[in-house]
Design a protein around this ligand. Sequence first.
Ligand code: NAD
Length: 280
Amino acid sequence: MTARILDGKAIAATLRARLAAQVATLPFRPGLRVVRVGDDPASGVYVRNKDRAALAAGFSSATIQLPVETTEAELLATIRGLNDDPDVDGILVQLPLPPQIRAAAVLDAVDPAKDVDGFHAINAGRLATGQPGLVPCTPKGVMHLLAETGIALSGARAVVLGRSTIVGRPMAALLLAADATVTIAHSRTRDLAAECRRADVLVAAVGRAELVRADWVAEGAVVIDVGINRTATGGLVGDVAFNEVSARASAITPVPGGVGPMTIACLLENTLQAALARRG
Ligand code: NAD
């Protein structure tokens, strides 16, 4: 079997266009604010891409850049200001934060109604208990990609590789909410390959270059690769050995150009959702 390649770039562009059309009908511009502390170069690219995508879709967007020596109290005061600002619908605190700042304290200070990353414990709890809320952007993007494949998730065996609060856990919760039979595998899982081979849907979110090989994948499985790993030569590869797995899977996402673009489109989708919920 040769896998259909899921073009995340094109699917994200369609989603962004749909959101832009919806925003154009509103009497206000949904507002996104990204807070960045320090100048970690990798996050700089993400932040610029988020800003550009938001502005292009008709949102108001700005990055609040704070110096690397910012204290936790100063950052919390900035977040309180954004919580209180009626023009701001979505707040995103770019990770990682410098070591003097506790990320958990900061994420929990964001108003859950403006928490477009879906990282606040209230939103994580809502997702875990099947209540509506703001869902983390990357797993939400994966659900959009799975919808494109037409695969019936109800009753399907889904394996999520990785148990982070940003990707793995919310991913598993979303698949469970779609009635899949979900296994979460991680660094302590015995015989990872055997767990993966049982999957109709395999989502890899580990951060290990090309960990998933062809013999880990069932013939005809749908394989979603969340991983972003830099190679020695400066290229990007996923957690899945793309060429060999493509020969077995029925559908697969490339890296780059798969899940990555969906994450930003879903950030806009969350900001619009937050704006509509807040402003009625
Ligand atoms: P993380 O480091 O927080 O979590 C990784 C998880 O993988 C952990 O739960 C760990 O138990 C598991 N793991 C580690 N090594 C393993 C191994 N050898 N075998 C099995 N499991 C193992 O990472 P994260 O934030 O969840 O991100 C995972 C990957 O996804 C990274 O490459 C990251 O860059 C990428 N990512 C991409 C996007 C995107 O938009 N495409 C967004 C977020 C993260």
